[in-house]
Design a binder for this molecule. Structure first.
Ligand code: ADP
Ligand code: ZN
Length: 753
């Protein structure tokens, strides 16, 4: 008998993604176990590939089995928790095992194939090797001859207060050269230290006691008992903007920790993490760890290690933080739960909700979804008692919700104002600035001008690789495709197809910034969009500056619309919402309602009442009007009827099957073939309720030279359905269509319980 293991290997296609058996050599037996990261020979040429051991057993020696090359240290092995999540993801999202592995642990925790010193033996190597940085310490006195330089004196003075990192010293104008020279004189020593784990040590710990209002206390009292009984619970905290949901979170986390359990807090995007981190760090100190994609690999890995080794009680982060290796989770919070960013758009295509639900089930935790505008699925589930519904109907401090005004931009044009900022908004801005208050303006398009049309042939100038208009970026002096990054430089004046004159129209954040600067030359304007926040920590820095009133107007894309809490903001303006009113997809209404309600809710949060102005060409639009009234209940009543009549979630589940490839007829053929196979196999399967729409070209028919088609399958989304789809996928891959296009499956599973 010998030990063999069943290994999931990297880089397989879905069709070949099964467990492969390998022999474990006697010297590795003690090291290789379930969850181990291993290097194995694969394929005819026995090329080394990464793998994860998912099964172990003793079997009679089989001469044909290949042996494991190498195994990573035990600290790199997946814990049983994470292994279960890998299996869960594969079952639910049609990804491969290794895709799931890469989702549940960060890049920095992975190993990679390498060669041993002999140059031939395949071995594993850590993905990240440098976790250390230079720290300098004062150990001697500075000789007075030759006369020390000013920099040397400064370095010694600084280090008199204790050791410091190179980075820190460089920031203070002392170069590595100066330091190395002082080391040579034995004044300093340089030591390698682990890179700092405490990323936010600058946030002071105040530990201030939380005094909840009676309404917040009621919400807390309704939820807190679920932390103690070690059973899974689901609840929705539906609280209007500014009702103090975060304070309820803080109190619940306190209770959770007091019970000796841990808490996981998810926020929808990086822009919102600084604020949540600040609030939690100041309340809970340094046992807060962070996981989000703006951290570099090392930071992320060190934070992850801190969590894994039990050094963190609270984890805050975006979608992927849902995989944080916390043990005994008592509470999982998903803030702004309706946000689409909780769904992953690359494999594995999971939603943080479904993973959170799974973890809550395994840990016996309270899963708390929170929002002022819950997704229709979630709210429906709450009305069906699948989630406990807890409401906060009033703003903190009795502040009223902002008053809202709709401005008709057609009338504005007719009255002789061709600009993009209405006179109403202009005068309100003037008033706000005169009062020393701040404004937030939402314009959901980045760039300068967003459409270029030929005066003669009427064609819109599109990206050559994608079927979307090129966007003019004035500062960069080029046209840019927001999908593939292609550029056109210099900015063309004549139409590439007919030579006619090109007209630049449409209104992006850069142009709005320029117009505002003309109207209000004294105002300090902050533009927040992907272009202005691309550098590290830009979000945090800019938002903090706005918070300190170093800017008067913050203008931005939807990153300014949600979650932010600034007490001095009294005016909110919505500059461009119309394109969303006419957007496609069954969530279009919900998205508009949520975005407008949320951005309006940024105003008047402390004392002075807020006012909001929404510019639109469709002032009679019903969804916009409901959003203007911030009447979620009425919106929900209307939306749920629409969803029921047209059969959309929560009344069914959607599985989107996407096809893409470089030749359109091939893609269309592949999609049709897949649909046919689905039809056949579904018929054999009998009674599965299914409705298949399409295939049709996607709304954006081509991205990065790949044509895109999709099938929409309305289904139950249960195990029987997933099994059917697996059969279809296998049958489809077996056909090896010469015109093969790549296929992706995306289950829209939110709201499923
Ligand atoms: P929401 O997330 O519900 O929009 P927040 O949690 O951001 O609201 O709270 C809105 C504002 O009211 C914040 O500035 C918060 O500090 C303040 N606030 C809410 N509840 C309290 C409380 N009980 N004590 C002190 N300040 C509170
Ligand atoms: Zn493009």
């Amino acid at each position: 008998m010998a030990k063999t293991v069943q290994v999931a290997v990297s880089n397989t296609t879905y069709h070949f993604d099964k467990l492969y058996s390998y022999l474990v050599m006697p010297d590795q037996e003690a090291l290789v176990r379930c969850g181990s990261m291993v290097l194995v020979p694969f394929g005819k040429a026995s090329k080394p590939r990464m793998g994860i051991v998912l099964g172990c057993d003793e079997v009679p020696v089989n001469a044909k089995l290949k042996a494991v090359f190498d195994v990573a240290p035990d600290t790199a092995a997946l814990t049983p928790d994470l292994m279960r999540l890998v299996l869960f993801l594969r079952e639910r999202t049609f990804c491969t095992y290794y895709e799931a592995v890469k989702a549940v642990i960060p890049y920095g925790a992975l190993y990679k194939p390498a060669l041993a010193e002999d140059g031939v033996t395949p071995v594993l190597q850590k993905q990240l090797t440098r976790h250390t940085e230079n720290q300098y310490r004062l150990v001697g006195t500075l000789p007075q001859k030759p006369k020390p330089t000013a920099k040397q004196l400064a370095a010694v003075a600084l280090l008199g207060g204790g050791p410091r990192l190179l980075n820190d010293l460089e920031e203070k104008g002392i170069s590595k050269d100066v330091l190395d020279r002082l080391c040579a004189k034995d004044v300093l020593v340089c030591e390698k230290v682990n890179k700092t784990v405490d990323l936010y040590s600058h946030i002071p710990y105040t530990g201030a006691e939380v005094h909840l209002t009676p309404a917040q206390q009621d919400a807390y009292d309704a939820l807190a008992p679920h932390l103690a009984d070690n059973r899974p619970h689901g609840a929705l905290l539906y609280g209007v903007t500014g009702s103090g949901k975060t304070l309820v979170f803080v109190k619940l986390i306190q209770q959770c920790l007091a019970l000796g359990r841990k808490a996981l807090v998810l926020v929808p995007e990086i822009g919102l993490t600084p604020q949540m981190i600040t609030r939690l760090k100041s309340a809970f100190g340094d046992r807060v760890a962070v996981q989000h994609s703006a951290l570099n690999h090392t930071e992320r890995f060190l934070q992850w290690q801190m969590i894994q080794s039990g050094g963190a009680d609270i984890v805050v982060g975006t979608r992927s933080a849902v995989f944080a290796p916390l043990k005994d989770i008592g509470l999982i919070i998903i803030d702004e739960e309706q946000e689409h960013t909780y769904r992953s758009e690359s494999a594995p295509r999971f939603s943080a909700h479904e993973v959170a639900r799974q973890r809550a089930a395994e840990n016996g935790s309270l899963l708390l979804l929170a929002s002022a505008t819950p997704s229709t699925e979630t709210y429906y589930a709450a009305t069906q008692n699948k989630y406990q519904l807890v409401k906060l109907t009033q703003r903190y401090g009795g502040n009223p919700l902002p008053s809202v005004e709709l401005v008709d931009m057609r009338a504005e044009m007719a009255a002789g104002n061709p600009g993009d900022i209405s006179r109403t908004l202009e005068s309100s801005l003037r008033q706000t600035l005169a009062n020393g208050q701040q404004a937030i303006l939402l314009l959901n398009r980045r760039g300068y001008q967003t459409v270029t049309v030929c005066e003669d042939c009427g064609q819109v100038l599109k990206c050559e690789k994608c079927s979307v208009p090129m966007v003019y970026h004035k500062a960069r002096g080029e046209l840019l495709c927001h999908y593939c990054g292609s550029t056109i430089r210099p900015v063309p004046k004549i139409c590439p197809s007919c030579g006619g004159k090109l007209n630049y129209t449409g209104f992006g954040t850069q142009k709005a910034e320029e117009e505002l600067a003309k109207l209000f030359p004294e105002a300090r304007i902050l533009r927040m969009d992907q272009d202005s926040t691309s550098t590290k920590d830009a979000h945090e820095r800019l938002l903090a500056q706005f918070g300190r009133h170093e800017y008067d107007i913050m203008l931005g894309t939807q990153m300014v619309a949600k979650g932010l809490d600034f007490e001095n903001v009294t005016l909110v303006g919505v500059l461009g919402i119309d394109s969303l009113l006419f957007a496609q997809g069954f969530r279009a209404y919900e998205n508009v309602f949520s975005l407008v309600t949320q951005v309006v809710g940024r105003g008047g949060r402390a004392g002075t009442p807020g006012h909001a102005i929404i510019q639109t060409v469709a002032p009679e639009d019903p969804v916009l009007n409901l959003a203007a009234r911030q009447d979620y209940d009425a919106f929900f009543e209307q939306e749920i009827v629409f969803r029921k009549l047209s059969l959309y979630p929560p009344f069914c589940r959607l599985c989107m099957v996407g096809f893409s490839g470089t030749k359109e007829p091939d893609v269309a053929f592949a999609a049709a073939r897949f649909a046919a196979l689905l039809g056949q196999l579904a018929a054999q399967n009998g009674k599965l309720p299914l409705r298949v729409l399409g295939p049709t070209p996607c709304t954006i028919a081509k991205i990065n030279e790949k044509y895109r088609y999709q099938l929409t399958v309305k289904c139950r989304g249960d195990k029987a359905f997933r099994d059917l789809m697996r059969q279809v996928l296998a049958a489809y891959e077996k056909e090896k269509l010469p015109q093969k296009a790549s296929v992706i499956l995306d289950m829209h599973s939110d709201g499923d319980l």
